[in-house]
Write a protein of this length. Structure first.
Length: 264
């Protein structure tokens, strides 16, 4: 893995994330159904693509991140379910990604952080924290050294990476700033599903559309529920405090854009 200078990466103009949902959204009795959730973002996705094409002539790619950090799925059910829901809604999804695939990169990002007193004070972090605090029923530690306050995050029993930490990795992968072979060369799924029996056998990034623009993009645009506002604000602050290469025109953290919706 490595951090690369952005200008030398083949990129789309925009990486669009059309929603992000917890695992219960994939249950057969979920309300609203997954297809309805996708349909609620389709107009925003198409508008972003149209404006990008008109303004710069560039193409956009779409990617859906599966929230598998705290659970496993059955590959033969969840991947066809997502593909079918996207088709029913008319939403084009070019790539599927696994959030758990971001975990191996989390320690590398932590090593790039400029952890100053001002940074930790601004984000409400306690340094050299021993143990785990509880906030509103959800848990969170950052590598055993940094503790986020508040009630926005969770801690998985087997891992210690914060929501905002993994979301920072996710944004950097989409921007092509953080490089990893699993995301540089997505698995092309063009046809029948391979005989994956366990969720861990599924690649970190799957390309569903063989004609898709590159996964990495010059800028990112995520359409998310309003519940994620606090996490995504932290993501921008975290990335602003990383030792990252910048293009002269715009710092990395300013290449990340969001639309937060009340119902999604």
């Amino acid at each position: 893995m490595s951090i690369e200078s952005i200008p030398f990466i083949e990129r789309a103009g925009l990486s669009i994330e059309p929603g992000h949902y917890y695992a219960n959204a994939f249950s057969r009795n979920a309300t609203p159904p997954l297809a309805d959730r996708f349909a609620s973002t389709r107009l925003w996705v198409e508008t972003a693509e149209s404006e990008l094409k008109q303004d710069t002539g560039e193409e956009a790619s779409t990617v859906f991140l599966i929230d598998d950090y705290t659970c496993n799925f059955k590959p033969q059910r969840i991947i066809p379910q997502i593909r079918d829901a996207a088709e029913q809604s008319g939403l084009r999804i070019d790539y599927l990604a696994r959030e758990a695939a971001c975990v191996p990169l989390a320690g590398f990002i932590l090593g790039q952080l400029d952890i100053t007193d001002n940074f930790t004070k601004e984000l409400g972090i306690t340094r050299q924290f021993q143990g785990t605090l509880e906030g509103a029923g959800r848990w969170d530690t950052w590598d055993g050294r940094l503790q986020f306050g508040g009630d926005l995050y969770y801690k998985h029993a087997k891992n210690e990476w914060a929501c905002a930490h993994l979301a920072s990795v996710w944004q950097l992968l989409r921007l092509g700033v953080l490089r990893h072979p699993d995301f540089d060369k997505p698995f092309l799924l063009d046809g029948e599903l391979p005989p994956w029996k366990k969720w861990d056998e599924v690649p970190g990034l799957i390309q569903l559309n063989p004609d898709a623009a590159p996964f990495q993009a010059r800028e990112t645009f995520s359409i998310l529920p309003k519940a994620y506002i606090g996490v995504e604000n932290l993501v921008k602050k975290i990335i602003a405090n990383l030792a990252l290469p910048n293009e002269a025109s715009l710092p990395v953290d300013q290449r990340i854009h969001h639309l937060f919706l009340s119902k999604l």
